[in-house]
Design a protein around this ligand. Structure first.
Ligand code: ADP
Length: 614
């Protein structure tokens, strides 16, 4: 755990510099063209200004003083104008033709890298608010910050080159002028740095609260929440959360305002008035009082002073912005470089096509330290042992879904091991391992797409596969009655004529997904929670039919539906309290029998009488 002090610690300038180099690498990977044109534009821009401020003015002043013939001056000016014309055309091409196109490419390539990473990190990251904050900060304006940072790096390098030439030229005129460089350095590097740190700290402090306001914003427009919102007082609660988050952000802004104002003033005053007024006064004094400068030198000096101070101030500002972006980029980098404990693209053994056994051996698990959710759990399914289907039952919170998550390797056990065909599942190629499963969850999600797409979920499959799956899920009749049948679009997200089905019908489509998937292990986690008892009975008939050819795990709160499982495991607080076949557990006459009895009274009194008599 990080201490409060560590959390507050800002990242160092060195780290900011490393993060800036990281931005260049990222942009180079996303679009070399963008980097090259950005570099050239900045370089040409700075060199042009430097040329005019230092050489052009000086040439003209000297030419006038030395009575150079007009045609010579005219030729010189025309040649310069031709070069300028070429550079202007190039700049316009880079800014209006190259940049807009490359920016779109950079955006899409960068975010595709970020989302690929997000998809690859383990599920627990999404439940860790610290990680989630980092992710939010990384995603927020990442593309713009990276592009800006790289542009600024080129601007700094170009300005340093231009500034150096100018300072050398100024130094040749009067050595003391160099002293004026100190003021913007102090202004920008000291006060500017303080401002950057303050702004980063401020942003970091408000992020968790901004996430709350964004959460409320999202709920206000997502249709999924509209009904609950209208039928309850949740709006008041959300408004309260929103207001508290806004109040917090206002209080944080207040906390920083004095320090921000003081450092802002220091930066501005030392950067602008001191150098501009100072050099002007000094130049006037040298030209008019001590007469160490003539008027043409004074003119050249004024123009060089403009460039020199601008180059220095701009460089200092750009350095500060780069250092601030470096701090933001730190989140992106640490997010992108996060080492996954269960990388989704993890390589390993490809599982054998025939599954012979699945075993939980002394498995323990905790989401948070010292809060065990699964305790020393052991069971085995094997095709030879006559146990190919297991039903997990128990009250809410007993640990049933957690077992399924462990089975899918969304989390790794904190103790013991899970074996497939006798090999620890950590040894397998994760994607190939996950492909062994076809699942239907109770907290299912329907995607905005056709019924067919929702059943096949990205796999290929003909009409027979889709229709047979829908039939087995007892929803084929309903789908066939829709305009377009299996091609009917679900949800109104993108299509006004999209179909909105009942919760139970949507759930059956999700079950059809598991049927259509030829994977050898089927997992049904409360697949009937939205169904009425008759629909549930029919669905379980189909599911049990499926279990004849597949390994099957299923979780159900309705005990009448688990009676044909090869083994029923009853859990309480993450431990097995009873196990056996349905009949054996009824005979045991303990908690399972008690639960079954209560449910049977509610649903099928006569069935229960028959069952307990077994
Ligand atoms: P069941 O499926 O039997 O209802 P779960 O496996 O979902 O139970 O949950 C078992 C226990 O683990 C519960 O106490 C639940 O609060 C806790 N739990 C589930 N998911 C998480 C999580 N992501 N983080 C922390 N605790 C969790």
């Amino acid at each position: 755990m990080k201490t409060k002090k560590e959390k507050k610690k800002d990242i160092s300038l060195k780290q900011a510099a490393i993060n800036n180099i990281y931005a260049v690498k990222l942009l180079w990977r996303a679009s070399r063209k963008s980097v090259i044109h950005m570099g050239l534009s900045e370089f040409f821009g700075h060199m042009t200004w430097m040329f005019f401020s230092v050489f052009f003015i000086r040439y003209i002043a000297d030419a006038i003083q030395n009575d150079t013939p007009f045609m010579t001056i005219f030729t010189y000016i025309t040649a310069v104008a031709a070069v300028m014309l070429f550079l202007s055309l190039y700049n316009s091409y880079a800014a209006n033709i190259v940049r807009p196109l490359e920016d779109v490419k950079v955006y899409s390539r960068l975010y595709s890298e970020i989302y690929k990473k997000a998809e690859n990190v383990e599920l627990s990251c999404y439940e860790d608010s610290g990680f989630y904050d980092k992710y939010t900060m990384a995603v927020d304006g990442a593309s713009e910050k990276i592009t800006e940072t790289v542009r600024l790096i080129f601007a700094i390098i170009s300005a340093l080159c231009a500034g150096m030439v100018t300072y050398i030229a100024m130094f040749q005129i009067d050595k003391k002028l160099i002293l004026f460089v100190l003021s913007p350095i102090v202004g920008n590097f000291i006060f500017g740095n303080i401002r950057n740190k303050l702004s980063f700290r401020f942003y970091k402090e408000i992020t968790p609260f901004t996430r709350r306001t964004e959460y409320v914003n999202r709920l206000m427009y997502l249709s999924d929440y509209a009904k609950e919102m209208r039928l309850s007082n949740i709006y008041n609660l959300l408004e309260d959360t929103y207001n508290k988050a806004v109040d917090n952000n206002v209080a944080t802004a207040r906390k920083y305002r004095v320090k921000n104002t003081a450092s802002g003033f220091g930066q501005y005053f030392l950067s602008y008035p001191v150098i501009f007024e100072g050099i002007c006064l000094y130049g006037m004094y040298s030209a008019l009082v001590v007469k160490t400068l003539d008027l043409s030198q004074m003119a050249v000096l004024t123009s060089m002073m403009g460039l020199a101070s601008w180059a220095l101030i701009n460089t200092a500002n750009n350095l500060m912005t780069c250092s601030r972006n470096g701090m933001f980029l730190h989140n992106l980098r640490s997010f992108m470089e996060h080492t996954e404990t269960i990388p989704e693209n993890g390589d390993g053994i490809i599982p054998a096509p025939k599954i012979t056994s699945i075993e939980f051996r002394n498995v323990s698990f905790e989401y948070k330290p010292d809060s065990p959710v699964i305790k020393n759990l052991s069971f085995k399914l094997s095709d030879g042992g006559g146990k190919s289907s297991i039903a997990l039952v128990g009250h809410n919170g007993a640990g049933k879904t957690t077992i399924v998550k462990l089975l899918f390797r969304l989390y790794d056990p904190t103790g013991g091991e899970i074996l497939l065909n006798g090999i620890n599942i950590k040894e397998y190629n994760l994607r190939a391992y996950r492909n062994l499963f076809a699942a239907a969850f109770q907290d299912f999600k329907i995607f905005a797409g056709s019924v067919r797409e929702n059943v096949l979920m990205g796999r290929k499959g003909g009409d027979e596969v889709v229709l047979s799956a829908l039939k087995r899920a007892c929803v084929a009749e309903k789908i066939e009655s829709l305009p377009g049948g299996a091609d009917a679009v679900l949800t109104k997200e993108f299509d006004e004529d999209g179909q909105v089905l009942s919760g139970g019908e949507f759930q059956k489509i999700v079950v059809a997904r598991a049927f259509a998937n030829p994977a050898p292990i089927k997992v049904f986690d409360e697949p009937s929670s939205a169904l009425d008892p008759i629909a549930e009975y029919e669905l379980f008939e189909s599911i049990l039919e499926e279990s004849k050819e597949n390994f099957m795990f299923f979780i159900s709160h309705r005990l009448s539906s688990v009676k044909n499982a090869d083994e029923v495991i009853m859990l309480e607080n993450g431990e097995i309290i009873e196990r056996g076949t349905h009949t054996e557990l009824l005979k045991l006459n303990q908690k399972y029998a008690d639960m079954f009895q209560k449910q049977a009274r509610n649903y099928q009194p006569e069935t229960f009488e028959n069952e307990v008599a077994v």
